[in-house]
Structures are given as C-alpha cells and as structure tokens.
Design a protein around this ligand. Structure first.
Ligand code: SF4
Length: 450
C-alpha cells in the first residue's frame, strides 16, 4: 500500500472510509450480507442486488461478523415485521462497535415509511433507501461501496438460490387501499412495467437456465401496459422457448376475470394454482376492510375456477381479529375455510398499521382472542391440507426438480405441492414423472418412475 494511494483516497473519500476503500481498491475484496424480510417482491429485489454485488466480484458471507456491507431489506406489512427490523438493527448497532468500517444499508418498506428517522435512531446505519425504484436503490448501494456495475449487464432477478425458478416483478404498488394495508403508502400507486421489458427479462432468465417463471406483483391480475392485460402477458410469456412453467402471485378477487381463468385452463405452461386472498367471509368485515367483493362473489369465483380447471389448487390469506370482528363473523370465516377446503392458507392476526383507515378503528379484539382464532383456523387448514395431500398418495404426477440438497431433491407438482425425492443430479431442472408414496401437511415424498 503506497503512501500516495492513502493520501489520494483520503482526499477523495475522507479518512473514515480508508480501510473500507483499501479492501475494495487494493485487495479487491468485499464481503456482503443481505438479509431479506417480508414478501416475494422483497426477495426479488434482494436477488437483483445480490446479482449486482456478485457482478462486481464481491463475496457473499453468512455472518454479520464477516460482512463489510450489510443490507437489511425490510417489511412493514405487520407491526411484528417492523419490530424484526428494529431488533436486527439493535444487534447491528452493537456489532458495529467491533467493526467500525462495516457499511449498513436499510432498504424496503420500513425504510420507505420511516426514512431518516431510522438513521436518527440507529447511528450505525449509513444509508436508508425506499422502495420507489430498485435500480436506483442498487446504484446508490454500489456508490456507497465504491463499486461500479452496469445494471443493464445484470441478469435480472435470477435467484442465486435456484436458477431453475426465477421471479420476475411485473408491476409495483397498489391502488386498492384495503383498509388494513400499508402497501399503497410504502410502495406507491400501481404501475405496470413495460411489456417488452418484462418479456425481455423473462427470455433472459430462461436463456440462463430458468425453467419456471413466477410473475410477481401486489395484484398481477390488474396488470395493464398499453393494450396488454395480464392474460395476454401470460400467453406471450408462455411462447418463450424452453420455458416449461409459469406461475403468478398475488391476485385480487375483483380482478381475476374470465379471460384469465381461460388462460389457466387452456395454456399448458400456466400452472393450475391460484393464490386468491379471501381475508374474511363476513360481508360486514369485508366491507370494513374495503375489499370490494362479498363472500358470495368470492365463492362463485372459486366455483368458476374449479369448473374450468378441475385439478386447480387454491390457496388464500385470512386475517383474524380485524376491528369489529365478532364471534359470529369469525364463525363465518371458519365455515368458509371448511367449505372451500383451500389447499393451504396464511392466517394473520390483525395488527394496526399507521396511515391506514383501519388504524383509526378501535382494535377491539383482544390479543388472546386473536391468538385463539388464529390457532383454530391454522388447525383446520392443516387438517384439510393433510387430507388433500393424503389423497395424492399412490397417484402419478409430473414434477419439476428445482433444488438439489445434500442427499435428496426438491421438486414441485404443477399445482404447487413440494415433493421430495431421492437424489439423482441428472434430473436437476427437468420435468419428470413420479409416484407419490407418502404425504405430510406441506410436502409429499415420492419415487421417480419411467
Ligand atoms: S390489494 Fe389490498 S392487501 Fe393487497 S397490496 Fe393492495 S391494498 Fe394491500
């Protein structure tokens, strides 16, 4: 290390960053760690950031102790997720005492919501960036780390965890303003991405080995770019050579129309799995949630989907303990869960989020009661899911082998169920026939046939 190097770096960047810069410029060595909280959209943004770091030759590490840069991609959809952010940052604050050079970045929804307040509260944080433009966020992080990368050269959204399944974000934000949801306030109004860009990104990931694409957005069924709606987009993506499967998530029941049902029913690459958040089956609560449909409408939609696509698996989201939810309202939801028999569901205990309309309502269901309702729905859902899985034992199905672990393979059926198989690396990324031998609530075990 020459004296002139030290002096010029000090002049350009200041003394504080000197040893960090030495690592980047002199030793060409930078360790990074990205921790992602929250939804698939965050996972997708983190994957892109991950690709940017690796394109610069930086090295991914598993421990904060080894990291020169730590990026926390945050979620604020529930109070609990926001608290997770603060507890992480508390730990980072302590660690930074031992590693003063570590750069700390907070991105995602909490960063968007609280902005500069995070920096005021946690002195260890160097950069806080919101959710508006992921490419711009990545550029700012690269600048902070003195790294140069052409975002055009980064293969978009190829998950370093599995190159076989790739997530492509097709839109951002949401216009629905469900009364409990913070998303429109932290992710902004709905904006569908350019159709050609989406198709190019999909083609690129398939060229790089992806065999399944999951199209992502807060409400993909309302995608609209010029005269291309979501059904047309799906059909266009399906034309990509070597792509075997397409999934999409998530949907708002009011936007899932007949054209889309027809594509799911007739396009062989579109997988028969729809995640369709119900949230509640009480019309009073649905109205108070501003969901813009009734339970009867939702039920009719499910029936329509099941008639058009007999092997479809439908999963859902449910919130228990929303303000004003009485025992009777809850019983409606429980009865609906029993009647509809979802393949799986996510159940959440309501928590008030600032800025939302529900924040002004009295959060009058006690924590204990929320927990009780949560446990009842979960138990019923697990029971149904296990029964559906058990019926699959002895059946043959096609799976895509997505991951290879130490001594087994992880594959997925067309309708989204995980199947574990004995390892044979030749099958990685291929669609194979299996017979299901054993079933558990969330996974199946099978043998390869043919
Ligand atoms: S549809 Fe409702 S719940 Fe979903 S992101 Fe938009 S506002 Fe939130």
């Amino acid at each position: 290390m020459s004296l002139s190097f030290n002096v010029s770096v000090e002049l350009k960047y200041g003394l504080k960053s000197l040893s960090f810069i030495k690592k980047v410029f002199w030793y060409n060595l930078l360790n990074y760690l990205i921790k992602t909280l929250g939804c698939q959209v965050n996972v997708c943004d983190s994957d892109k950031l991950d690709s940017a770091f690796s394109a610069c030759g930086a090295c991914k590490v598993d421990s904060l102790l080894d990291a020169d840069v730590f990026v926390l991609n945050t979620c604020s959809v529930r109070m609990q997720s926001e608290q997770k952010t603060f507890s992480y940052l508390g730990r980072v604050e302590e660690l930074k005492q031992q590693n003063l050079d570590m750069k700390v970045v907070v991105m995602g929804c909490v960063a968007e919501r609280l902005g500069y307040d995070i920096k005021k509260r946690f002195k260890s944080v160097d950069l806080v960036i919101g959710t508006k433009d992921v490419d711009d966020s990545i550029s700012k992080i690269m600048d902070l780390c003195y790294l140069k990368v052409s975002l055009k050269k980064i293969i978009p959204n190829v998950s370093p965890r599995s190159q076989i399944v790739s997530h492509i974000t097709i839109m951002k934000g949401c216009n629905n303003y469900c009364s409990y949801c913070i998303v429109p306030f932290v992710r902004g109004v709905e904006k569908s991405f350019d159709y050609n860009t989406v198709i190019n990104e999909c083609s690129l990931v398939v060229k790089n080995g992806a065999r399944e694409i999951i199209l992502l957005g807060q409400n993909v069924s309302s995608y609209k770019h010029r005269n291309v709606d979501f059904s047309l987009l799906l059909k266009s993506v399906a034309l990509i050579k070597n792509l075997k499967r397409i999934r999409f998530t998530t949907n708002h029941p009011k936007d899932l129309n007949d054209d889309l049902i027809n594509v799911i029913a007739t396009n062989p690459k579109t997988c028969p799995h729809v995640h369709l958040p119900m949230q509640s089956a009480s019309n009073k609560i649905l109205q108070s949630m501003n969901r813009r449909y009734t339970y009867e409408y939702y039920l009719a939609l499910i029936e329509k989907l099941r008639v058009a696509v007999p092997d479809i698996e439908i999963t859902t989201d449910i919130i228990v303990g929303f303000p004003g939810e009485t025992d009777e309202d809850f019983e409606c939801t429980l009865s609906a869960v029993k009647a509809i028999r979802f393949s799986g569901l996510y159940v959440f205990k309501y928590s008030p989020r600032p800025n939302t309309r529900a924040f002004e309502m009295s959060d009058n269901v006690s924590t204990i009661e929320k927990k009780r309702r949560h446990a009842i729905i979960l138990k019923e859902s697990n029971k149904i899911s296990a029964e559906i899985a058990l019926k699959m034992v002895g059946s043959n199905c096609q799976v895509l082998v997505e991951k290879i672990w130490n001594n087994f393979m992880e594959a997925r059926t067309r309708n989204g169920r995980k199947v574990f198989l004995k390892i044979n690396k030749e099958y990685f990324g291929k669609i194979i026939n299996v017979v299901i031998k054993e079933a558990k609530v969330n996974s199946l075990f099978g043998d390869v046939i043919g």
